[in-house]
Design a protein around this ligand. Structure first.
Ligand code: UT7
Length: 331
């Protein structure tokens, strides 16, 4: 049975840098509050005209180049996003069109911040069962166009950024590398704890002027509740993946947690008793890019030489749904 290995990584972020001070001009917040509560110093927001499919395309081209694989070898696309370019069809087919890969399947994954880990689990299964050999797995978000950039929306608006990260997942017969295990979870009892109510097919009409007036089209969150669950579920998911593969926390060379809040990453690191140098964070520069945070961080970690062949990489995520999950990969 072939194994699924990550053969190349890439990312793309908008060139428009939005600092914490830029936000203080439009809402009642401060650089000090944002840094202390979240660790975020700046984020990237798209300029008008940039689409998620365009960023995903650039991230995929970088990943294919690193893998030294031509786009024509790709036989499936998995794209994770909670902010699709359009209500339908999914962003995956727009990416497929940009890549010129007519005919191959394009699957959009709706698992929010855990979307990339869910997508990796699907790619791993497809490769193991022999259905596909070379898969582009992408996380992409444009959060900025959906945020309430005023004091009323400050709890959410300061957190999120835009960007795309991609990996080439390919079949390998090398026993010494590849995805070892993935573990996925969800708990819909908390669906409204972090969500966006409108536009929605459950409403008649999907969005009304009253919805717009009351801000139901903006995302909302009980931040403390999400924080509490994230800080508990992420270490649990790491321990679950380690137990399933007979490994220990000391075996992990690099942990890339979903980038929601530097304080959450720090709590996860402490609970797992990992030294600082074994946890990769870049939320300081990008904010929370949801499904894109893990592949952007992974691509940066690779470019900084933080992963060597044979290293044990652990990915872990938590987000809206709630959804959460983990993956262990022998690099
Ligand atoms: O991707 C996964 C999903 N997201 C997360 O995992 C996020 C999880 N939650 C968090 O990261 C944190 O809960 C936040 C960063 C969102 C908030 O930090 P907190 O320490 O939990 O603050 P809080 O919500 O308890 O708010 C404290 C105060 C409030 O004022 P009062 O009621 O104490 O007067 C807020 O109104 O901070 C106020 N506040 C702000 N002040 C300045 C909320 N947002 C801001 C802001 N600037 N941007």
């Amino acid at each position: 049975m072939p194994r699924a290995a990550i053969l190349g990584t890439g990312f793309d972020v908008p060139d428009r840098v939005v600092s914490n001070d830029d936000l203080t001009a439009v809402m009642d917040t401060s650089d000090a509050w944002i840094r202390e509560r979240t660790g975020i110093e700046e984020r990237r927001w798209v300029r008008e005209g940039t689409t998620g499919a365009q960023m995903a395309h650039r991230a995929c081209l970088a990943a294919l180049e690193e893998a030294d694989i031509p786009a024509s070898d790709v036989d499936a696309i998995i794209l994770a996003t909670l902010s699709p370019d359009h209500a339908f069809p999914g962003t995956g087919v727009f990416l497929q069109r940009e890549l010129g890969l007519t005919g191959i399947p394009a699957l959009d994954v709706r698992a929010q911040c855990t979307g990339f880990v869910y997508g990796l689990s699907v790619a791993d299964a497809w490769i193991r069962m022999g259905q596909y050999r070379t898969i582009l797995l992408v996380g992409v978000e444009i959060q900025s166009t959906g945020l309430d950039v005023s004091t009323a929306g400050r709890d959410m608006a300061v957190l999120f950024g835009d960007g795309a990260g991609a990996v080439v997942v390919g079949a390998t017969d090398d026993d010494g590398r590849g995805v070892l295990v993935t573990r996925l979870h969800s708990d819909g009892r908390h669906a409204e704890t972090l969500w966006c109510d409108a536009a929605s097919s459950a409403r008649h009409p999907r969005v009304s002027s009253e919805d717009l007036a009351s801000g139901r089209h903006y995302p909302s969150m009980d931040g403390r509740e999400v924080f509490k669950h994230a800080a508990t579920r992420m270490p649990e998911a790491v321990e679950e993946a380690l137990a399933a593969s007979g490994l220990e926390i000391g075996d992990v060379d690099l942990l890339i947690p979903h980038q929601a809040n530097l304080r959450i990453s720090e709590m996860v690191r402490r609970r797992l008793q990992l030294p600082e140098e074994r946890v990769y964070n870049n939320i300081q520069r990008y904010g929370n890019t949801t499904a894109a945070t893990i592949p952007i961080a992974l691509a940066e970690a690779v470019r900084e030489g933080r992963l060597q062949r044979g290293d044990l990489l652990c990915l872990v995520a938590f987000g809206s749904g709630f959804t959460w999950g983990s993956a262990l990969i022998r690099w």
